[in-house]
Design a binder for this molecule. Structure first.
Ligand code: 5GP
Length: 195
């Protein structure tokens, strides 16, 4: 996705060899026009999958997920990272290790909003080790739903998440794929179709 790739090139800040900061358009300030395009692109890629619900994790997954949900005309649910006082019982819970915060969170989703037979599209902002995506997939599967795919805005392909998820049988579709962040420079994985 050229628009996204250009944003990463012009506004992304490389922190060490592992972390990309994109808080001017994705993780803090958000660019609504870019989010709209991201939603359109995920919807185009998954339009034939019979998606019934989008599942993401708060907070940075919410914007791309809601835009995708709007395009596909289905509800969006976000997993909570902190226990809510109003969400105590009847919840699915999974442990997820946070890549950026270096701590484990129990993520929760109310049982009300996932149904057996649902076709779930998981959306997240970044893919690193795959912890968040695996946690969301386990929640969908606890509910008896199937995971149609995992849509990622920025995949860091030099980290193991994408490979592990694909080995586990999941379709992973990433809008941009980063080959390396070494020497403070973003290098993209070459795309065959010139995306
Ligand atoms: P994973 O669970 O795949 O190890 O990491 C994905 C999660 O960690 C995403 O939900 C995202 O919030 C965060 N994350 C991972 N890598 C980065 C990064 O390079 N930059 C930012 N801003 N967040 C990241």
């Amino acid at each position: 996705m050229k628009l996204l790739r250009d944003k990463v090139m012009t506004e992304g800040i490389v922190l060490g060899d592992q972390v990309l900061k994109v808080d001017s358009f994705l993780n803090h300030q958000m660019d609504p026009l870019l989010m709209k395009e991201i939603g359109r692109e995920f919807a185009r890629r998954f339009q034939d999958e019979g998606i019934t619900r989008i599942l993401t994790i708060e907070s940075s997954g919410i914007a791309p997920a809601i835009m995708t949900a709007m395009e596909l005309g289905v509800p969006m649910i976000f997993a909570r990272k902190h226990k809510s006082l109003t969400l105590k019982d009847n919840i699915y819970v999974e442990k997820v290790y946070s890549f950026t915060k270096r701590e484990s969170n129990e993520i929760t989703v109310s049982k009300k909003f996932l149904q057996e037979g649902d076709r779930i599209l998981i959306i997240d902002d970044f893919l690193a080790n795959g912890e968040a995506a695996f946690g969301l997939a386990r929640i969908a599967e606890q509910a008896g739903a199937s995971v149609a795919g995992i849509g990622i805005v920025i995949e860091k392909s030099f980290q193991p998440g994408a490979g592990l998820l694909q080995e586990a049988g999941y379709r992973v579709d990433s809008l941009v794929r980063i080959a390396s962040l070494e020497n403070g420079t973003v290098s993209f994985v070459e795309e065959v179709h010139g995306q």
